[in-house]
Design a protein around this ligand. Structure first.
Ligand code: HEC
Length: 135
């Protein structure tokens, strides 16, 4: 009787453990309506420099000066900040980036709370676009 119970118990524990350790690697799914959201703040030197000021103050410690994810806090994080210069990052829509900056996940803070003004978050989107190749 006891051994019969052991197997499901071990499987259950393994499932819980793998969930706990996989939060970092699971793809970050953005709801379709957010992916399709149009950026209402057209990119401009003013928007990019407003985004840059926020980035230097609030993002650089984890994401690094050039967006590659090598900020001074990065080694202490349990999750990994993505390399923002890469196509995997830059190919996302403005709406998807806005959603991730707004909602946060794991070590990534919830921007919605820290920057309640949506235009701040769109300025951040416009700034992180400058990390893409050729800009
Ligand atoms: C405390 C460290 C930390 C700070 C501060 C931080 N981030 Fe992050 N960020 C992360 C981590 C870690 C991830 C990856 C989270 C995950 O995948 O679960 C992330 C993910 C992201 C993503 C999604 C990347 C992808 O994979 O598509 C964006 C966009 C982003 N951050 C932008 C910002 C911006 C803009 C700021 C400043 C307003 C900021 N982050 C501040 C740690 C941080």
């Amino acid at each position: 009787m006891k051994t019969k119970l052991l197997l499901p118990l071990v499987l259950f524990a393994a499932a819980i453990l793998s969930m706990a350790f996989q939060t970092d690697t699971k793809p970050w799914v953005v709801p379709d309506k957010n992916v399709k959201m149009v950026n209402p703040v057209k990119t401009s030197p003013a928007s990019v420099s407003a985004g840059k000021a926020l980035y230097i103050k609030n993002c650089i410690d984890c994401h690094g000066k050039t967006g590659i994810g090598n900020g001074k806090k990065a080694p202490d994080l349990k999750s990994t900040p993505a390399d923002m210069t890469k196509p995997a990052f830059q190919s996302q829509t403005d709406g998807a980036l806005f959603y991730k900056i707004s909602e946060g996940r794991n070590d990534m803070p919830r921007g919605k709370k820290d920057y309640p003004d949506e235009s701040d978050r769109w300025n951040l989107v416009n700034y992180v676009r400058t990390f893409g190749a050729g800009k």
